[in-house]
Structure formats: C-alpha cells, structure tokens
Design a protein around this ligand. Structure first.
Ligand code: IPD
Ligand code: CA
Ligand code: CA
Ligand code: CA
Length: 264
C-alpha cells in the first residue's frame, strides 16, 4: 500500500468508528480548560490511526494531537527529530470535538504526511457526509475521486468566508477582531466547527476563504496541501509562507487572499 492509500484507508476506518460511537455516552474530559475537551473516542481514533500507519511504516515519526498534549513536547522539538528519518505523519483524530460532543455532524479526521518538513499528502474524511478529500504534492486535489478546484470568485462582497473559535483566549480575541472587520466586507461568514473541513471546503470551492488564529499543525497539515493542490493560496495571517509551525492561518482561492489579509 502506498502512503496515500494507507492514509485514505485509516481516515475511513477511524471515521466510521467515530460515527458509530456518536451519542453512545462516551467519556468527555477537559484538557487545558473547559473550552478545550477530549473524548475517549478522540483517543481511540488516534490509537487506531497510529497503529495502522506504523504497522506499515514502522520507522516513520507520528504526531497526533492527543499524544502530543499528554507528552507536552513542543512541536519544534518533534520536527527537529524528523531528520535521519524524514517522514512525519501529522494527525488530528477528530477535528471538531465540540461538534462531536454535541452530536453535530461535520467533524472530520485529518491525516497529513510531511517529508523534511514539506507536505507530501493530505487526507480529510467527513464520516457523516461520507466525503473523502485528498491531495498529493504535484498531483492535484480530489473529493471522492473527482478533481476539485478553488472558486474563481474575486470580489470580497461575493465571498463566503469561514473561521473558528480557538480555545485560547488570546487567539480567540484575534479571531474576533478579524471578524469585526471582515463581517462588513464579505457576503457572509460561516463557522462549521472543524478547521480541516473549512480548508477542504476552500479547496472544493464551497468557501472562498478561511482564517483562524492559534491552530496547530494537526488542524491544518492535510488541508493546506489540499488547498494548494486545488489552486489556492495558504499563508500565515501576515502573508508569510505557510510552515508546519504556523498557528495563525489564511487559506483562500488566491483571488481573495490579499483583501482578506488586509482585514486581519
Ligand atoms: C478545533 C476545531 C475548531 C477550531 C479550533 C480547533 P479540535 O480542533 O478545528 O474548528 O475552531 O480552534 O482547536 O480540538 O476539535 O480538534
Ligand atoms: Ca482538541
Ligand atoms: Ca483540531
Ligand atoms: Ca482533535
């Protein structure tokens, strides 16, 4: 099985498992605060994906949101290690845990693969919509096997832009400030509860742009490559090139990138 095939298979297996446990009375705990929660299903999903990937590629590095929270190791340290063995899998086992806990569809599984810090592939699965988005570097972006492209819309006044509300207060305030300016310029704003889904929707033209502050590599890795391969643009909120250490992100169809950056 190729890297892409294993990522697709594991995203689907984990997604089906997550969906099957919806509303089943799973345990939910606070992480850093009551704004930041984790369920036993997040942990089980990460374990499943980790096992599936490392069974096939035992020497690869693996960065999962939940394990990373427990270890408390800074991302820069994990990335610095991926040198002699350059492959690093970056996994969000449930992106949109708040949706999941409330029984709201739209959460996703996000699996990215980087080599020497450069994104190679990204897979995002929405189990409730049965939508599998993926991209491989230089090979285009796809939704359930069909090529996808960003939207050609080039006026902010005709755009639908998404954002999310991070758990850390400083980042949440930054989102709120951007929101105050963008709300006066775009057609409307959406917040669907999963950063990965927002990125996948920019890639497929359903949204024209997405920004959020205070994200982590596991929220974005897969979605960033999917947008780039669908013809869009991703930078940090200051317009610098995206890197795995980026936390404040803007992803767009390209045409609206500068006007969105200007509002933030
Ligand atoms: C969250 C989701 C949400 C975003 C938060 C993220 P999680 O990830 O992507 O849309 O607004 O900032 O932390 O914790 O559900 O994996
Ligand atoms: Ca989380
Ligand atoms: Ca996430
Ligand atoms: Ca998560």
């Amino acid at each position: 099985m190729s890297h892409l095939e294993i990522a697709q298979v594991m995203a689907k297996i984990a997604g089906e498992m997550i969906k099957s446990k919806m509303g089943s009375g799973f345990i939910t705990e606070d992480k850093s605060s009551s704004f930041d929660v984790v369920t036993e299903v997040d942990k089980a999903s990460e374990q499943l994906i980790r096992q599936g990937i490392l069974e096939k590629f035992p020497s690869h590095h693996f960065l999962g949101e939940e394990e990373s929270f427990l270890s408390g190791r800074p991302l820069a340290e994990v990335l610095a290690e991926a040198t002699s063995e350059p492959y690093l899998w970056i996994v969000d086992p449930i992106d949109g845990t708040s949706n999941y806990v409330q029984g709201i569809p739209g959460f996703t599984v996000s699996i990215g693969l980087a080599c020497y810090g450069q994104l190679q592939l990204g897979v995002i699965y929405d189990p409730c919509g049965d939508e599998l988005f993926w991209a491989e570097k230089g090979k285009g972006a796809f939704l359930n096997g069909k090529p996808i492209h960003v939207s050609p819309v080039n006026e902010l006044g005709r755009s639908v832009v998404a954002t999310g509300f991070p758990s850390k207060m400083e980042a949440r305030r930054a989102v709120y400030e951007g929101l105050g300016r963008l709300i006066e310029q775009c057609r409307t704003i959406r917040s669907l509860g999963s950063a990965a889904r927002h990125l996948a929707y920019v890639a497929s033209g359903r949204l024209h742009a997405f920004w959020e502050n205070g994200l982590n590599a596991w929220d974005m890795a897969a979605g960033v490559l999917i947008i780039q391969e669908a013809g869009g643009t991703v930078t940090d909120a200051k317009g610098n090139e995206y890197s795995l250490l980026t936390t404040d992100v803007v992803g767009s169809n390209g045409h609206l990138h500068a006007p969105v950056l200007q509002c933030l």
